[in-house]
Write a new protein. Structure first.
Length: 131
């Protein structure tokens, strides 16, 4: 990912929770884990908002809705995701590309919200431009 803008702004997340059994060293046993986490940064000079989304659930994709406050015209310009085909995947010397960055589809507009479906066990950065 390229860098998150230095000014971090409030993000609110509403998400169901899950419990998981230990799958391997990357997925340990947990209970009441929020599926989704988020951090948002803004660069007012470049008119850019960057949202980092984390889908912690190791087994399922996650449909995410993003809503922005204010009367800004917002347009997604880039979406990148870090994921692998399996949640237990890790990069090794023999397989250094199992977990990698992928260009990802841009969120789609649905009324006043933006929708995107995240891969299981993934981290995504979506960049928006505003005016």
């Amino acid at each position: 990912f390229s860098s998150l803008p230095a000014e971090i702004v409030e993000s609110r997340v509403s998400s169901e929770v899950f419990s998981s059994k230990r799958l391997d060293a990357n997925v340990i046993e947990r209970s009441d884990v929020s599926y989704l986490d988020c951090i948002t940064g803004i660069d007012r000079e470049k008119h850019e908002i960057a949202v980092i989304l984390i889908n912690r659930y190791p087994l399922d994709r996650l449909a995410v809705k993003l809503a922005f406050t204010g009367n800004l015209e917002i347009k997604p310009v880039e979406s990148t995701a870090l994921y692998a085909n399996q949640p237990e995947a890790s990069n090794t010397f023999s397989q250094p590309e199992r977990v990698k960055l992928h260009k990802y589809s841009l969120p789609s507009k649905d009324g006043s919200e933006w929708k995107i479906v995240m891969q299981a066990c993934s981290v995504m950065m979506v960049r928006f431009r505003f005016s």
